[in-house]
Design a protein around this ligand. Structure first.
Ligand code: ATP
Ligand code: MG
Length: 356
């Protein structure tokens, strides 16, 4: 190496080393030596070996030979380092990687604490809110005790707002799970027709109150898929409540499911939520999936939301191996399209039964 380049690397405060596939250090800068000592061979040996059938993390940096940069969080001697591959040095006799090591222990601990705190608070908010909802429901359901019309209106309003708050809380809870990597989707057989029915049923009163015609339609031959009933229902509810927010009175929302076949074999199920609402500007379409992203559209029923809804829907659908897309024309309406793969079971029965 050119002497001046070497002294430059030595002045950097980030540990940098060139390491071979077998864990030998070909070069280390001053910061590397100061951080890990002159003998880093112990953990490097482990990192370069197969341990219990798993490749050590160092090996990971050699896996794809292309020059794509690669980053990995690695625990070394009780601290967490973000290891970045600066370059892969491929020579005839051996290969080596130039790696930099950033100590991110404090940062990762902070992120973890923040996300644990958020999930805990959000989770704990649900308890008292369910209590309030239960109370309101009870009071409103008391026939005979004729409440003054004014009070009934006020109580209805309170109920509506508490529903919205519950929606926000659930959204934040899911969001914090996604962010902390704890978002797991159960694997059970799911009847999509049932999912649509549940989602629509839970929003039928809201639709009726807003004078919106909400319908479902699905073929009789929609096969089962593997996934989470609860998460998929929630995804459809999110889409329908968006439609409800952005569709004027006397509008229509239709929720449907169809099978896409490959020859005779069901390949995927396409679920669509279509509304006759205000639509989304073409320029804004690409960004609606991003977290906290809200387009210029103003909700027709008050309540701004957080802009997390579609982000969460996308995560749910992708966790099922599916895709989500949108078609929208301003002033005409919006159609959200979910494509979910039908995985055939490998058993003799050959696939899930069709359900009507
Ligand atoms: N059916 C729709 N019709 C018109 N605009 C829509 C529709 N669905 C989504 N959008 C636009 O996309 C934006 C993002 O939707 P998203 O569900 O992520 O957030 P939100 O509904 O504003 O808030 P949240 O769902 O978190 O309560 C919305 O703010 C809205 O502008
Ligand atoms: Mg939404």
């Amino acid at each position: 190496m050119i002497p001046f380049a070497v002294s430059l690397l030595d002045r950097l405060t980030t540990p940098i080393a060139v390491i071979t596939e077998t864990g030998l250090i070909e070069y280390r800068n001053g910061a590397f030596e100061a951080t890990f000592g002159s003998d880093a061979s112990a953990w490097l040996k482990d990192a370069s070996r197969m341990l219990a059938g798993e490749r050590g993390w160092l090996q990971g940096f050699f896996v794809d030979a292309d020059d794509e940069p690669k980053t990995l969080d690695v625990e070394i001697e009780g601290r967490v380092y973000r290891v970045d591959r600066i370059m892969l040095v491929a020579r005839e006799e051996s290969r080596a990687v130039a790696l930099s090591f950033d100590d991110v222990t404090a940062q990762r601990e902070m992120e973890q604490a923040k996300s644990d705190f958020t999930s805990m608070v959000v989770h704990d908010l649900r308890g008292p809110l369910s209590g309030i909802q239960g109370t309101l429901e009870f009071v409103l359901s008391q026939e005979g005790t004729r409440l003054d019309a004014m009070y009934t209106d006020l109580l209805n309003e309170a109920q509506r707002e508490s529903e919205r708050m519950m929606g926000l809380i659930n959204e934040l809870l899911d969001f914090s799970k996604i962010e902390s990597g704890n978002f797991v989707v159960e694997k059970e057989p799911v009847r999509i027709a049932g999912v649509l029915k549940r989602a629509v049923r839970s929003l039928q009163t809201v639709a009726a109150r807003d004078e919106i015609f909400l319908v479902t339609a699905h073929g009789r031959d929609v096969p089962m898929i593997i996934g989470s009933v609860e998460k998929l229902t929630q995804a459809v509810i999110n889409l329908v409540s968006n439609s409800l927010k952005f569709t004027p009175k006397k509008g229509m929302i239709s929720v449907g499911a169809q099978v896409v076949r490959n020859g005779d074999t069901p390949d995927s199920i396409v679920v669509t939520v279509t509304d006759s609402g205000m639509g989304i500007k073409a320029a804004e379409l690409a960004q609606i999936w991003e977290k906290y992203k809200q387009s210029g559209n103003k909700s027709l029923r008050g309540g701004g939301g957080t802009g997390l809804g579609l982000y969460i829907v996308k995560q749910i659908i992708e966790a099922h191996g599916g895709e989500i897309s949108v078609a929208s024309i301003e002033g005409v309406g919006t159609s959200m399209v979910l494509k979910l793969p039908v995985k055939r079971s490998t058993g003799a029965s050959g696939g899930w039964p069709a359900v009507g």
